[in-house]
Design a protein around this ligand. Structure first.
Ligand SMILES: Cc1cc2nc3c(=O)[nH]c(=O)nc-3n(C[C@H](O)[C@H](O)[C@H](O)COP(=O)(O)OP(=O)(O)OC[C@H]3O[C@@H](n4cnc5c(N)ncnc54)[C@H](O)[C@@H]3O)c2cc1C
Length: 461
C-alpha cells in the first residue's frame, strides 16, 4: 500500500562522492532534506573502488618490497607469503569504517530523513522508493555507475569477475586473465601479480592506457612486463570460452598464441551510468549521445528542478570530480557563485607502482589543438629521491606553451608522482608562467624538487 506523499526542500539520490556532502550542506542551510541509498553508503569509491583498491595496492606493495628486501640489506629468514584472507580482512575493515561513517553522518543530519531503497522518478518532482512517495522542490541525482559487461562471444557461458566481485576474493587465483589494459585493469593486474598470481592482460588497443601519451604507455608496459605480467595487445576479436580447468580468451592477436588460458577472468573494460532504472522519462530528464544524463555548465538537467552530479553526468569519472560537482552545485544554489564544471582542469592518478600523476594536456591534445608547445623530460633514474628509494622506473614530463610560457600539462610517472603532481596542478590552475614556477624553493630530497630542473631543458614538441 502506498503511503502518503512526503514533501522536502531537497532530495538526494545516492550516497557516493557528491550526495552526502551536498545533503549535509543543504541541511546545514536549513533545508528539509531526504537522502535515498539503495546499497552500501559511500558508493563505489568507498565500497568497490578507490578505498579497497588502494588498501590492496598497499598490501601488494608490502609483498613486493619484502621480496626485494635483500636489495636494501634487509634479510628475511624465508621468502614472504601472502595470506589473502588477511589482505581481504584489512581491506574490509578500512571499507567498513568508511562506509559506516558516511551512514552515521547522514543519519545525524538535522531535519533529514534517510530512505534505504531504489529511487525512481514517477513525475518531474516526485520519486518513489518502495511504497514511499517523495516530492521535493529540488532533486539531486548522484547515482554513479557500474562495471560495463560488454557483448562478447561466450561471455554468457563463463564465470567472470568485475571490480565488485574482486572485493570478495579471499584466495590468490592461479592465473588471472584481465580483459582491459587501462586504469582499473592495470591496478588489479599488478596487485594480483604481487600477491602471487600469474597474470595476463588482454587489451584490444595497440597499447596500454591508450588515452595517455605513447611514452607513458611504453614505460608502464615495460615495468609491468619486468614483473612477469603477460601483455597481449591489439586483441581485436575477443571471445571467451570455458575450459576444464578455467577459462580461455581468444585474442586473435597478430603474433603469439591465439588463445590465452587462465583460471579466473576479470572484466575491466569500462563503466556505465546507473540510469536505466531511474525513470528519467517520467521526469523529462534527457540523456546525451554517450548515454549519460545531459547537464548544463552548472550541472542542471533538462528538468530545471533536477541536477545530476558525479559519474552519472559523464563530466568526470573520479571521486574528486564528483566531489567538485557537489561544490559547484552547492555554491551556485547557496551563494549564487556561477561556478561551472567546464572550468575544471583534468587531473587524476593511476595507482600502479610507480604511480602516474596527470594534469592538463598531453601530447595528443596539444597537437590536435595545434598549440605550439615545448616539452621537458627527465628519467626517474636521475631523481635523487628515486635512486635512494631504489624505485627508478618512469620519468617526469612537463608541457609548456611556447608563446605564453604557461604550463599546459604534465605526466609524472614515478615514485611519489601522485603527490608531486599537485604543485603543477596549482600552477596550471593559476596560469603560472614556468619561469615563475622555477623560482620557488622546494625541499630536498624530493621528487618535486626536480620539476624546475625538468623545465630547464625544454625542447619543441
Ligand atoms: C576499481 C575502481 C577504482 C577506482 N579508483 C579511483 C581512485 O583511485 N581515485 C578516484 O578519484 N576515483 C576512482 N574510481 C572512480 C570513483 O570510484 C568514482 O568516480 C566515484 O565513486 C563516483 O562517485 P559518484 O558519487 O558519482 O557515484 P558512486 O560512488 O558510484 O555512488 C553512487 C551511489 O548511488 C547509489 N544508487 C544508484 N542508483 C540508485 C537509485 N536508483 N536509488 C538509490 N540509490 C542509488 C549507489 O548504490 C551508490 O551508493 C575508481 C573506480 C573503480 C571502479
Amino acid at each position: 500500500m502506498m503511503s502518503a506523499v512526503k514533501t522536502f526542500d531537497a532530495l538526494v539520490i545516492g550516497t557516493g562522492q557528491a550526495g552526502p556532502a551536498l545533503a549535509a550542506r543543504l541541511s546545514g542551510a536549513g533545508m528539509k532534506v531526504a537522502v535515498v541509498e539503495k546499497a552500501k553508503f559511500g558508493g563505489t569509491c568507498v565500497n568497490d573502488g578507490c578505498t579497497p583498491t588502494k588498501a590492496m595496492v598497499a598490501s601488494a606493495y608490502a609483498a613486493h618490497l619484502a621480496r626485494r628486501a635483500g636489495e636494501y640489506g634487509v634479510l628475511l629468514d624465508s621468502s614472504p607469503r601472502v595470506d589473502m584472507k588477511r589482505v581481504k580482512a584489512r581491506k574490509d575493515e578500512i571499507v567498513r569504517r568508511s562506509s559506516e561513517s558516511v551512514e552515521k553522518w547522514m543519519e545525524g543530519l538535522k531535519d533529514a530523513t534517510i530512505y534505504r531503497g531504489h529511487a525512481r522518478f514517477v513525475a518531474p518532482a516526485e520519486v518513489q522508493v518502495g511504497s514511499e512517495r517523495l516530492v521535493a522542490d529540488k532533486i539531486f541525482v548522484d547515482v554513479g555507475g557500474r562495471p560495463l559487461v560488454p557483448k562478447m562471444p561466450g561471455l554468457d557461458r563463463v564465470p567472470y569477475l568485475t571490480n565488485v566481485a574482486m572485493m570478495d576474493l579471499d584466495f590468490v587465483p592461479e592465473h588471472l586473465l584481465v580483459i582491459g589494459g587501462s586504469y582499473v585493469g592495470l591496478e588489479f593486474a599488478q596487485m594480483f601479480r604481487r600477491f602471487g598470481s600469474r597474470v595476463t592482460v588482454v587489451e584490444m588497443g595497440p597499447r596500454l592506457v591508450g588515452r595517455e601519451d605513447e611514452d607513458v604507455s611504453l614505460a608502464i608496459h615495460d615495468f609491468l612486463r619486468a614483473e612477469g605480467i603477460g601483455l597481449r595487445l591489439g586483441a581485436e576479436c575477443l571471445s571467451v570460452q570455458k575450459e576444464a580447468d578455467g577459462v580461455s580468451v581468444g585474442v586473435d592477436c597478430k603474433e603469439g598464441a591465439p588463445r590465452e588460458r587462465g583460471t579466473h577472468l576479470l572484466l575491466a573494460v569500462g563503466r556505465v551510468p546507473n540510469i536505466d532504472e531511474l525513470g528519467l522519462e517520467a521526469a523529462g530528464i534527457r540523456t546525451d549521445k554517450r548515454g549519460y544524463i545531459e547537464v548544463d555548465d552548472g550541472l542542471r538537467t533538462s528538468n530545471p528542478r533536477v541536477w545530476a552530479l558525479g559519474d552519472c553526468n559523464g563530466k568526470g569519472a573520479f571521486t574528486h570530480t564528483a566531489y567538485n560537482d557537489y561544490e559547484i552545485v552547492a555554491d551556485n544554489l547557496l551563494s549564487n557563485a556561477g561556478r561551472k564544471h567546464t572550468d575544471r582542469i583534468p587531473v587524476y592518478a593511476l595507482y600502479t607502482d610507480p604511480p602516474l600523476g596527470r594534469v592538463g594536456m598531453g601530447e595528443t591534445e596539444i597537437k590536435n589543438n595545434r598549440i605550439k608547445a615545448l616539452v621537458g623530460k627527465r628519467p626517474m633514474s636521475r631523481v635523487a629521491r628515486a635512486v635512494e628509494k631504489g624505485e627508478t622506473h618512469g620519468f617526469l614530463k612537463i608541457h609548456v606553451e611556447e608563446g605564453s610560457k604557461r604550463i599546459l600539462g604534465a605526466s609524472l610517472l614515478g615514485t611519489g608522482a601522485d603527490e608531486a603532481v599537485h604543485s603543477l596542478i596549482d600552477a596550471v590552475y593559476s596560469k603560472l608562467p614556468y619561469l615563475e614556477f622555477q623560482r620557488r624553493v622546494r625541499i630536498h630530497p624530493n621528487v618535486s624538487e626536480l620539476l624546475p630542473t625538468v623545465l630547464e631543458n625544454l625542447k619543441p614538441l
